[in-house]
Design a protein around this ligand. Structure first.
Ligand code: C2E
Ligand code: MG
Ligand code: MG
Ligand code: MG
Length: 279
């Protein structure tokens, strides 16, 4: 992407920009092939019911087993996927893969209590045509119960295309799918949209959880989010619980659910099954 220079009227393309562009193009090409070659993986992080300390469900998180660079986290490639328009394909793949894996697991261990599955959708995804039909199709194909699926949406998505998004969310909700607002508190200050959409759960961003023991304002924010959610009959999930002190403080405030390294890192399917058996 070339930047316009002052008044000269021509474009300046620095060596750094050139290098960045080449790197992005290579990654984009590798990602396209990687999706086709089965290099993408889904890992599962437990979400715990804080009062009982049992597993309530799992969040599906994307990984890329890159042939040279090893296992990559989303931070290393999601912006490239977003830029080259692959995000929808990837989200769709994750949804189908995770529903298939969890359904198979349920069938193999019918005595496992029903677990919910959280899947992240990029902001753009909810505004794309046919999302509802596509989610319904994956649920029908895999036999995964809609009531067990939580789709995670970010605040940015709600502000981007309110009209189209509102209808899509209503239809998904009518199907039984639950909607969780991810990274809550990091995006926008306007809270008016909370009333406008059929959201079930707020996920408190991990930056506030991390800060709540040392910063009075973070602690106050966490307290306020939990109180507000209760008022609105919504549930709360706290992200990034790393220490027992976080857990104690959140329990005290009446936070329903939590996830974080204190309980478990994102796990492979077999590790997740083991974890669910033990908790
Ligand atoms: P997120 O949805 O907020 O997911 C939580 C992130 O926090 C995950 O990072 C998880 O590994 C990390 N995490 C969980 N507990 C802790 C903790 O105690 N401490 C710390 N420091 N981190 C913790 P991950 O897997 O790297 O994913 C990063 C982001 O990438 C996700 O944030 C989500 O926005 C996005 N993402 C992941 N998978 C997908 C996907 O399939 N589709 C889309 N659209 N986005 C995805
Ligand atoms: Mg998430
Ligand atoms: Mg989150
Ligand atoms: Mg987050």
């Amino acid at each position: 992407r070339a930047k316009h220079s002052g008044g000269a009227g021509h474009q300046v393309f620095t060596p750094q920009m050139r290098e960045h562009t080449i790197r992005m193009a290579r990654l984009e090409n590798e990602l396209k092939h990687g999706l086709g070659r089965g290099e993408l993986r889904v890992v599962y992080q437990p979400i715990m019911a804080l009062d009982e300390g049992r597993v309530a469900g799992f969040e599906a998180l994307l990984r890329w087993q890159h042939p040279e660079h090893g296992l990559l986290e989303p931070g290393a490639f999601l912006d490239v996927a977003e830029e080259c328009g692959m995000m929808l394909d990837i989200d769709r793949w994750v949804l189908r893969e995770a529903c298939t894996q969890l359904r198979r697991w349920q069938q193999e261990s019918p005595h496992t209590p029903p677990l919910s599955l959280n899947v992240n959708f990029s902001a753009r995804h909810f505004a794309a045509p046919g999302v509802y039909e596509q989610v319904r199709g994956v649920l029908a194909d895999t036999g995964f119960a809609p009531e067990r699926l939580n789709l995670e949406i970010t605040e940015g998505a709600l502000l981007a295309r309110p009209e189209a998004i509102g209808q899509t969310l209503e239809k998904l909700r009518a199907l039984g799918v639950r909607l969780h607002l991810d990274d809550f508190g990091t995006g926008y200050s306007s809270l008016s949209y909370l009333h406008s959409y059929p959201l079930d759960t707020l996920k408190i961003d991990r930056s506030f959880v991390r800060g709540m023991l040392t910063s009075a304002s973070s602690a106050e924010l966490v307290r306020t989010i939990i109180a507000m959610a209760k008022n609105m009959k919504m549930r709360v999930v706290a992200e990034g619980i790393e220490e027992v002190r976080h857990l104690d403080a959140l329990r005290e405030l009446g936070c329903d659910y939590g996830q974080g390294y204190l309980f478990a890192r994102p796990l492979s399917v077999s590790e997740a099954r083991q974890f669910a058996r033990e908790h």
